[in-house]
Design a protein around this ligand. Sequence first.
Ligand code: ATP
Length: 592
Amino acid sequence: MRYAAVAEIYEKMEGTTKRLELIDHLVQLILKTPKDVIDKVIYLTQGKLYPDFKGVEIGVAEKLALRVISLSAGVDQKQVESVYKKRGDIGTVAEQYLGKRGQVTLLSKPLTVQRVYELLDRIADTSGQGSLETKLRLLSSLLNDSTPMEAKYVMRTVMGQLRLGIADYTVLDALAVAYTGDKTNRIYLERAYNLSSDLGAVARTIALEGLEPIKKFRITVGKPVRPMLAERMETAEQIVEKLGGKCAAEYKLDGERLQLHKMNGKVMIFSRRLENITNHYPDAGEATLKHVRATEAILEAEVVAVNLDTGEYLPFQELMHRRRKYGVEEAMRKYPTVLNCFDVLYADDIDYTSRPYEDRRRALEKIVEHNHVIRIVPSIITDDPEKIEHFMQQAIIDGCEGLVVKDLKSVYRAGAREFSWIKLKREYRSELSDTIDLVVVGAFYGRGRRAGKYGTFLLAAYDKETGRLPTATKIGTGFTDEDLERFPELLKPHQIPTKDPRVDSALEADIWFRPKVVIETIASEITLSPIYPCGRDAIRKGSGLALRFPKYTGKLRDDKAPEDATSVSEIVQMYRRQLKKIGEAASEVAAA
Ligand code: ATP
């Protein structure tokens, strides 16, 4: 398949933000693609070569990219650099310069998808001494055979800037339409994706084998399962009513969520955002290996730092020491952890995801030993809200955030945030009872004490349907002096000259960032806003929703990707819940 055919469709996708049109273009692309390369085309269209959990980045630096363009086009590198500085988009710069180069030489070979993929893969795989030269050579050979339009997308891909705004769910819709002619089959594809976190593999299976194997799709040890998530409610009474009687209340520990995959005498560990973080927790791996009685298993646990002398849980921040590349051994000694298992998804040939909570908990109790490095989260089963409140107090005394209350009958719904798990947190001194995780997309310079530094940040939520990031607030409070030193360091590598195309904002920030960093905020309320596009038209025509008096809680959510930030629909729900609360309070006052 010619890469030009792919690039032409990218060009069309770029021209629209309408989801239905995007799906149409994707369907065209899928139908044009030979089945044996569909996985590659799907990865490429998402700007990747492999599923995220493989951790492969193409890794071409800006300088190298600019050098390749200048060499291919035969122009001075300084000139290319200055145009790039103004435009901020490597793609259009490549297109412009290669357009001036005239005809692609007769000797050049037309680019195929296979060749683009293979060369990009070799570039990604090149490291160490001499790698710069090798990457330069490989990328130059690609550009020399590219038309200007192809060069635009090749360069964006190598720099990790192919932003076609295609959410995973849009790809699933398109696969369902293209291969079965029926969009409702997306539910099967979605399940397969949630169990494997690998869109390319799902596409390949349906393309080559049809819908039946997708319907029977099984979990694979070694491939992360997209995590089941919790909804939120404010009182134990509401929760018991919602779950309709007896439920399991478990401690909600405040650490890092780990998915542990045990097989062949080894353990792989995935984070909440499905990155392979095996190296961060050799101790958790060891504990799973020694104290989980199953040859193959997938468990979920919250890893928490502990004080070994007192047995007390320590705050989430203590786990930061594990994020380093080096010195994990030392961090392990200084900041020991304990693994608190709360679910089992697979053990020795049994796929537990389709079994009810009760069965899973029983299996967990059977296979996990209890000692000072591994245990099962404390829980009670009850239908009495008072008992839940009491257990909640105890959880907080023990250093937890609150409880997660679970439906006894519910299966493990990978990738879903539903009311089968409901979190109940300690009351914040705020009208809103939960924190909101938002993506930092821009910043404004500060004044006074913050002159010359970032003063406030522009934050966006994630729209699951469109894959876009509409802004929801500006934030300037809650940052310590240390944070103010640290944030520029953290954000500088993501600075871009113009707004990221996925971001929606009426405000012009002084500095823009590529959406990467997610922070936890708490606000006094959510209000209707004519300025912020988050949830526009959902409540009132022409109005969006914004956070009022937002404050940074001090928690950097580096366990979340932008796609895991609080979603627009969650914010809309929170607004509705808040309205209901105000309504109830008003009627109480009226009745009094
Ligand atoms: P939050 O921002 O409240 O931590 P989140 O967005 O990270 O939430 P939620 O689905 O809202 O994720 O809350 C569930 C999280 O709580 C899990 O991802 C897990 O890390 C943590 N957790 C702690 N204890 C438990 C438990 N017993 N059962 C399930 N999840 C638990």
